[in-house]
Design a protein around this ligand. Structure first.
Ligand code: HEC
Length: 168
């Protein structure tokens, strides 16, 4: 009889110990051991048609023809060109060069890919403001996108700056 009592006590103690261990382990895990998505691990595409708060609808790269038809909402002016130039110097000079002449006038372009001459009158005529705005916001074939670094409006200012350096 005595043994049955001790055995029951042992079983209960073992069960309690197991339960306590499980609680302690789970507590210490603090949900770090569960299946989860680490920030930056995956890029989720935004559902079609969503508009970022405080931003503008970003037309994807594969719809450049749609973006190209967008009218420039920022009227060109010396002030707009000056803002555009400022951003151009910050973000674009490394590849496109200080005068937007392209080729290898930008220090990065010598190691990367020579860029087109953006002052070229023929190219200027061919491209709409919307097309270039889209190039800045979502990037080109190899050119990186600047939609994260620049607002849509700032990109339009840059387009106005690029128009101001067109070869006559
Ligand atoms: C890392 C280098 C790099 C940077 C930085 C860069 N570009 Fe480009 N850009 C390129 C290359 C390379 C091309 C040509 C190949 C392509 O279309 O991707 C190009 C093409 C272009 C075109 C020509 C599109 C056409 O009409 O065919 C425009 C306009 C342009 N870039 C504007 C800009 C502006 C404005 C910035 C700054 C916000 C900028 N780029 C920053 C490398 C760069």
């Amino acid at each position: 009889m005595k043994y049955v009592f001790i055995l029951t006590l042992l079983v209960v103690a073992a069960a309690a110990g197991l339960w306590l261990t499980a609680v302690v382990v789970r507590w210490n895990d603090d949900m770090t051991q569960t299946v989860r998505i680490v920030p930056g691990e995956r890029v989720f595409p935004m559902p079609a048609g969503v508009v970022p708060r405080g931003g503008e609808l970003v037309i994807p790269k594969d719809q450049r023809d749609v973006a190209a038809r967008q009218a420039n909402p920022v009227k060109t002016s010396p002030a707009s060109v000056a803002i555009g130039r400022e951003h151009y110097v910050t973000f674009c000079v490394p590849c496109h060069g200080p005068d937007a002449k392209g080729g290898t006038t930008g220090p990065v372009a010598t190691k990367f890919i020579p860029t087109p001459d953006l002052t070229n009158a023929e190219l200027q005529k061919q491209r709409t403001d919307g097309y270039w705005h889209s190039y800045i916001v979502v990037g080109g074939a190899v050119m990186p996108a600047y939609g994260e670094a620049l607002s849509s409006r700032e990109a339009w200012h840059i387009v106005n700056y690029l128009r101001s350096v067109a070869q006559k």
